[in-house]
Design a binder for this molecule. Structure first.
Ligand code: HEM
Ligand SMILES: CC(C)=CCC/C(C)=C/CC/C(C)=C/COP(=O)(O)OP(=O)(O)O
Length: 303
């Protein structure tokens, strides 16, 4: 079996390396970084900066994801959701995956440092460190608040996009970070409810394992309310207009409805449906910010 695995075709190996980078997650991270870049200036940002920042942020995010595969290979091998991952299965060795991750990280960092700016390069590297080291190596194994604190790393891309274009940290960019920060717990805990037994088996202190499924569902409900409130902020500070306000309210009401159903009227598929909706929610929310930015209807209240 192992030798059959090792003689995989070139396309198969390429697919395995791609899987290491968690491409769908990175795609959404990059989308949020783009929105940060677009919202940072009135018109369109400089095209070269946009391309270089996209590539640099994407490469460092992919490197962080590959490092996560290396660090988590033993627990990945024991969980139904992750047992067939390339490092967990031995299709890619630890040295190969590690060198790949470091190569991506170095290229990404040098690209950002030399063609974008130093602040973006260092903040993106700090995000990689936050996810691959602080979250994956320590927090994940230490506390059920792991994804609340670790979620900050994944929430950073809008700020990274903003600094790429302006070289400065701006309050509006921090609002976008806060949105993803508040979104991450209901995103992850919905999946963790569905996969509770997997996490219990490998002794990961995820909230449904440590505090039970009912408590986790209640906290998810509270976070969707918090998210609703945080999502009002771009409108209230005059950063976004009516298109965003209406769209975001509808999206958040729907997320609250999923959370409510998960708590009070669940069926077997409700937790996964909530998790899947969380991804659609964030993607559409950030697209709305973009549409609103270019077709802005003035807010009723401009401070
Ligand atoms: C610490 C914070 C986060 C945790 C713990 C987390 C956890 C997870 C987990 C366990 C999965 C399932 C992966 C799989 O089945 O292979 C997942 C999927 C996903 N996450 Fe997150 N996530 C976090 C933050 C984010 C952020 C910030 C984004 C984007 C902005 C994101 C976007 C996605 C997407 C798009 C998927 C679906 C991937 C797929 O279908 O292959 N996540 N997340
Ligand atoms: C540079 C930068 C912006 C870095 C952010 C990197 C990044 C890939 C963040 C995404 C968060 C994520 C997929 C967490 C799941 O990890 P997990 O280990 O809990 O889930 P798993 O069991 O599916 O691996």
């Amino acid at each position: 079996m192992t030798s059959a695995v090792k003689t995989k075709s070139g396309v198969g190996r390429l697919h395995d390396y791609l899987e290491l980078t968690k491409p769908k997650v990175v795609a959404l991270l990059v989308l949020t970084a783009w929105v940060g870049m677009m919202l940072a200036v009135p018109g369109l940002p400089d095209l070269f900066t946009l391309l270089a920042a996209t590539l640099g942020i994407g490469l460092l995010s992919a490197a962080a994801a590959a490092m996560n595969h290396v660090v988590d290979q033993r627990i990945d091998a024991q969980m139904a959701r992750t047992y067939s991952r390339p490092v967990a299965k031995g299709r890619i060795s630890t040295p190969q995956a590690t060198s790949f991750a470091f190569a991506l990280a170095i290229v990404g960092f040098v690209l950002l440092y030399t063609t974008v700016n130093a602040i973006t390069a260092w903040l993106t590297l700090a995000s990689l460190f936050g996810y691959a080291v602080v979250y994956t190596m320590f927090l994940k194994r230490a506390t059920p608040q792991n994804i609340v604190i670790g979620g900050l790393a994944g929430a950073m891309p809008p700020l990274l996009g903003w600094t790429a274009v302006t070289g400065e940290i701006h309050g509006h960019a921090l609002l976008l970070v806060m949105i993803i920060f508040a979104w991450t717990p209901p995103h992850f805990w919905a999946l963790a409810i569905h996969r509770r037994d997997d996490y219990a088996k490998v002794n990961m202190p995820m909230l449904p394992v440590t505090h039970g499924i009912e408590f986790t569902k209640s906290v998810i409900c509270l976070y969707t309310v918090l998210l609703f409130i945080v999502c009002l902020m771009p409108y209230l500070v005059g950063m976004s207009g009516a298109i965003y306000l209406v769209g975001s309210a509808l999206l958040n009401l729907r997320f609250m409805q999923y959370a409510w159903r998960l708590k009070f009227n669940p069926h077997a598929g409700t937790a996964m449906a909530t998790f899947k909706f969380s991804i659609v929610h964030l993607m559409v929310l950030f697209l709305l910010l973009l549409v609103d930015h270019y077709f802005k209807v003035s807010p009723i209240y401009v401070p």
